[in-house]
Design a protein around this ligand. Structure first.
Ligand code: ADP
Ligand code: GN1
Ligand code: MG
Length: 370
């Protein structure tokens, strides 16, 4: 559930940031599962101006100062690239607003960490694909993100959540949660648990390739959902990749895979009617095309041929994470109804089943664009 944050705390926090003008209002914003996000409106001589204020979830991100250092370094790097290309540095990259004492975050009296960004105006975040073109554009944007950061030293970034996409390790933790069964929920989700256990080997392949040096470590986003890219309202083009909390070293095929898991699903992530869930192959194709165009040849042949494995692994991993959170009493993902995590888990399972049926077609699409 959303955290209850007192108005006086939020107002104190807002006053700490270096923003000119008068505070007009603030309210909760967006659909994220992790952070608390607010839109804040100031007014100065030129009129109203919006900002995004976020409290960083320290339950999830244990070292928020390291996380902010990653974000500042990556956005500074990207800003230089945007400038070189003659782009708009206020909209094509996240801009962190400093505090009055020149820091990039503020810690409130309760110990919560806060940061502020410029609001990216005239752009939208989509929760589902209505026009295939938008999904293609999100592919171009995430591909470009990968390409632009290919000269950034991945090993110099902090690993903000260690083993974030270490799927075999997550599987081990999942088994422990099942064994512990601290909320007595395991009895109700036996079929779901068996689903993931029977796919243990599928969840190991990418990590094996990584360990054998066949897949390179890159600067990755690690949460490439459709709603983490902003689409320009006027041009319809992918404008800016946001939600950089999980930027760290990782595998490109996982960034690709998480996008497909979320965006090429014909249903929402938490749809209750599983007959609506499937992998839309034409959307898959749009994203492959966009992503590879955006990457501009920066991926290796093995990375490209492993893209479908990235998709399946991310869907299995995410489904297993939702199930584990349900089993542990909904302590990680924000939920809006009692069995929300279980519904989310079941959509991921249905999606995996459909991917298994469409496996050869997925490979064919990838070879068309390689
Ligand atoms: P979470 O980790 O909780 O998903 P996000 O950083 O993705 O948090 O932010 C939540 C939502 O807030 C986004 O989906 C988007 O709608 C909006 N948002 C975030 N940053 C900006 C920004 N700089 N400008 C405009 N909207 C933003
Ligand atoms: C979380 O915060 P949000 O909604 O962008 C999660 C992702 C999951 C996603 C599932 C830090 O992302 O890993 O794939 O929910 N982020 C973190 O919707 O755990
Ligand atoms: Mg987000």
């Amino acid at each position: 559930m959303a955290r209850n944050i007192k108005n006086e705390i939020i107002e104190d926090v807002i006053s700490q940031f270096e923003i000119e003008g008068r505070l007009l209002r603030y309210e909760r914003y967006g659909n994220g599962h992790i952070n608390d996000t607010f839109v804040v409106v100031f007014e100065d001589k030129e009129g109203p101006k919006r900002f995004i204020l976020q409290s960083i979830n320290t339950n999830v991100f244990k070292e928020p100062d390291k996380l902010m250092s990653n974000i500042v370094r990556v956005t500074n790097f990207l800003r230089e690239e945007v400038k070189k290309a003659g782009g708009d540095e206020t909209r094509e990259v996240l801009n962190v607003i400093n505090t009055k004492d020149d820091n990039y975050f503020y810690v409130d009296i309760e110990g919560s960490y806060w940061r502020m960004y410029l609001f990216i105006e005239d752009a939208m975040c989509l929760e589902s694909v209505t026009r295939p073109e938008d999904f293609y554009q999100s592919g171009v944007a995430f591909g470009r993100f990968q390409k632009l950061l290919s000269d950034f030293d991945a090993s110099s970034l902090h690993e903000v959540i260690p083993d974030f996409h270490n799927t075999p390790l997550r599987f081990e933790r999942f088994l422990e949660a099942v064994k512990e069964d601290k909320c007595n929920r395991v009895k109700d989700v036996k079929d779901e648990i068996d689903f993931f256990i029977s796919r243990k080997e599928d969840m190991e392949i990418c990590k094996q390739y990584q360990d054998e040096g066949k897949l390179p470590l890159r600067v990755t986003h690690n949460d490439t959902k459709l709603n983490n890219v902003m689409i320009d309202n006027k041009t319809g083009k992918g404008l800016c990749v946001i939600d950089l909390d999980t930027v760290m070293p990782g595998l490109s095929i996982f960034d690709f895979g998480d996008s497909i898991r979320f965006g090429a699903n014909t249903a929402l992530e938490d749809e209750k009617d599983l007959s609506k869930v499937s992998l839309d192959l034409s959307l898959f194709e749009q994203y492959v095309k966009g992503y590879l165009e955006g990457c501009q040849g920066s991926l290796t042949d093995i990375e490209i041929s492993m893209l479908p494995y990235g998709v399946k692994t991310m869907t299995l991993e995410c489904g297993m994470r939702f199930l584990m959170d349900y089993i542990e009493g909904d302590i990680y993902f924000r939920i809006h109804r009692p069995e929300h995590n279980l519904d989310r888990c079941r959509t991921q399972m249905a999606l995996v089943r459909d991917m298994e049926a469409k496996w050869d077609d997925m490979a064919k699409v990838v070879s068309k664009y390689r």
